[in-house]
Design a protein around this ligand. Structure first.
Ligand code: BJW
Ligand code: ZN
Length: 292
């Protein structure tokens, strides 16, 4: 019933302070100030300008070219490992610190559910940098498109996590534009030592795939998210183009039952004219300013 979204901080703070159920939805823009390129940004700064991203975001590509896919994700992992959480990640994570929560979100019955579409684990690292009293936040973080640092076995479904620069030996210091021919039996395998191919842990030895969500695949924990959306008073949307489903549908679902939506983005994004609040600017500046 409003024509344009409000950018009044005090009005937003009242809604924030009276909300019982708060959901945060984040996208690539949250990590942009950490130096991680977005998918759909302009020009050279867009991952989508790299044909590999289009190719390896399809769920059928891994079967056709597992070696190329693992090499592509090797470089994505290095980029994320070399980045650090920024002030935007930290401002959101701080809502899990009891002294901050009692001041900023006093009506919240639980710490916010943070649904992130990012694969870089920077929000997880921001949460881990907080005092022990904020540990609830980790359970309430849903990496809805998976993680660059997780893999799962195509044979036995075993899931694993690793921060080792696997494939480093095969790739040496080759740049992201060079694709070499790594035989499938040298790709990360189930039970492998640092995913290197030697079956040190006696698991099944099957081929691992990156535990990320490609187009055409169903994201995890959707039931949990749907339940939370049903009672959501306030959805805080940060740095996403709001084009990719299912996350792109959250705002209208929340507003459909009377909840409010606040958008934080560098520029105008899909359907943000329907938002209740809109804070334009880089989220490493706007989030600390609006949430502190
Ligand atoms: C800043 C900033 C700063 C920059 N500060 N802001 C038609 C045909 C075929 C399929 C479909 C179809 N229609 C719908 C579909 C489904 C499809 C889909 O949505 N496609 C659309 C593209 C049309 N979706 C799926 O297939 C999904 N699965 C699904 O729907 O299953 C069905 C189902 C669901 C639920 C229940 C039951 C059934 C799966 C989607 C998987 C997406 N995977 C990717 C790639 C991961 C792998 C990899 O990275 O290698 O995930 S795609 C890519 O986009 C990545 C991202 O997480 C995702 C979203 O991107 P995001 O985060 O919005 O980033 P950008 O770059 O788009 O936007 C950045 C924003 O930040 C911009 O707005 C900037 O302005 C802003 N910004 N700097 C603040 N400093
Ligand atoms: Zn296995």
């Amino acid at each position: 019933d409003r024509l344009t979204p409000s950018s009044a901080i005090d009005e937003f703070r009242k809604v924030l302070g009276s909300s019982k159920t708060i959901i945060i939805l984040s996208g690539a823009g949250l990590s942009a100030p950490s130096g991680i390129v977005t998918y759909r940004g302009s020009g050279d700064k867009s991952l989508w300008s790299n044909p590999n991203v289009v190719k390896y975001s399809k769920h059928t590509t891994f079967q056709e070219d597992p070696s190329g896919s693992w090499q592509f994700y090797h470089h994505r992992r290095l980029q994320a490992l070399n980045a650090k959480p920024n002030k935007g990640h930290l401002a959101l994570a701080a809502l899990n610190v009891p002294s901050v929560a009692s001041r900023v979100i006093p009506s919240a019955s639980l710490v916010p559910l943070h649904v992130t579409q990012n694969l870089d684990e920077l929000t997880m690292r921001a949460l881990k940098s907080l005092p022990e009293s904020a540990s609830e936040g980790e359970k309430r973080l849903v990496p809805v498109h998976g993680s660059l640092f997780r893999a799962r076995c195509l044979s036995c479904k075993h899931e694993m996590q690793s921060y080792e620069p696997y494939l480093a030996a095969s790739l040496k210091k080759l740049g992201p534009d060079v694709v070499v021919d790594i035989p499938v039996d040298r790709l990360p395998r189930c039970g492998g030592d640092e995913w290197s191919g030697s079956n040190r842990y006696g698991r099944c030895g099957g081929l691992l795939r990156p535990d990320v969500v490609w187009f055409g695949e169903v994201p995890p924990r959707m039931g949990e998210i749907a339940r939370e959306i049903t009672g959501c008073d306030l959805l805080i949307v940060v740095g996403t183009s709001s084009i990719v489903q299912p996350a792109a549908g959250f705002a209208s679902q929340v507003q459909g039952h009377g909840g409010k939506v606040a958008v934080f983005n560098l520029e105008r994004s899909n359907s943000d004219d329907k938002a209740d609040f809109l804070f334009l600017g880089s989220c490493d500046a706007t989030l600390p300013e609006v949430l502190d």
